[in-house]
Design a protein around this ligand. Structure first.
Ligand code: COA
Length: 185
C-alpha cells in the first residue's frame, strides 16, 4: 500500500499528554478488542481505567505529534512493545510505522536483539500492520490481564522481530524520525 507519510515528531510523553493518550488508548482499544476478547476483560477496560493507568505509564510512553496534536503513542518495557496506538484520523498515513520503528529502536537501545508483542487473534488490522513491517507470528499463547480480583485469561498471538544493531539502525533512520535517548527505567 502506498501511503502519504505525515510529518511526525516523536518525543517522550509529558504529564500534559495524559488526557490525549488516555483517549487514544481507550478508543483504539475498543476498535481492536471489542468482540475479540473475553467479556470479563471488556468489563474492566472502561474509559476511566485508561485515564487511571496513563499517568503511571508515562515514563514508558513515546508520543507522535502531528500538526501540534498527539496522534498516537507507543509504550515499551524492556524487550516488549507493549502498546501501539494511533488515533483513528491518523491511521493509514504512516504515523503508526514511525512509532513502531521508534519502539523497535528503543528495544534495541536497551540491548535486546529481538522485540516481542502480543496481539489478539481478531485484531486483523494490527496483525496485518505488524506483518507488513517485518514481524513474525509465533503462534497463540495465553496472556493474563490483571483486574481487581484475580486476572482475566486472554488468548493472544506472540509476534517477534529480530532487530538490527543499534549502530546500523542509526545509519538507516528515516528523516521523518526524530531521535531521542532512551530514558532510564
Ligand atoms: C494497529 C494500528 C497502530 C496500525 O496503524 P494503521 O495506521 O492503521 O496501519 P496501516 O493502515 O499502515 O496498516 C494496516 C494494514 O491493515 C489493513 N487493514 C485495514 N483494515 C483491516 C481489516 N479490517 N482487516 C484486515 N486488514 C485491514 C490495511 O489495508 C493495511 O494493510 P496494507 O498496508 O497491506 O494495505 C492502528 O490501526 C490502531 O491504532 N489500531 C487500534 C489500536 C490497536 O489495535 N493497536 C494494536 C494493539 S496490539
Amino acid at each position: 500500500m502506498s501511503v502519504e507519510v505525515e510529518h511526525v515528531e516523536l518525543r517522550a510523553a509529558r504529564r500534559a499528554d495524559a488526557v490525549a493518550v488516555a483517549e487514544i488508548w481507550y478508543r483504539g482499544w475498543c476498535d481492536g478488542h471489542l468482540g475479540n476478547v473475553p467479556d470479563a476483560l471488556v468489563a474492566v477496560r472502561t474509559r476511566e481505567s485508561f485515564s487511571e493507568r496513563v499517568p503511571r505509564r508515562l515514563a514508558d510512553t513515546t508520543v507522535a505529534v502531528v500538526g501540534g496534536e498527539v496522534a498516537g503513542f507507543v509504550m515499551v518495557v524492556d524487550d516488549e512493545v507493549e502498546q501501539v496506538y494511533v488515533a483513528e484520523r491518523h491511521r493509514g498515513v504512516g504515523v503508526a510505522v514511525v512509532l513502531l520503528e521508534e519502539a523497535e529502536r528503543l528495544v534495541a537501545a536497551g540491548g535486546h536483539r529481538q522485540a516481542w508483542l502480543a496481539v489478539v487473534p481478531g485484531n486483523a488490522r494490527a496483525r496485518r500492520f505488524y506483518e507488513r513491517n517485518g514481524w513474525t507470528d509465533q503462534g497463540p499463547f495465553e496472556q493474563f490481564a490483571p483486574r481487581d480480583q484475580g486476572q482475566v485469561t486472554v488468548p493472544a498471538h506472540r509476534y517477534v522481530k529480530r532487530l538490527a544493531d543499534e549502530a546500523q539502525r542509526h545509519s538507516t533512520r528515516r528523516p521523518a524520525e526524530k531521535s531521542r535517548p532512551r530514558r532510564p527505567e
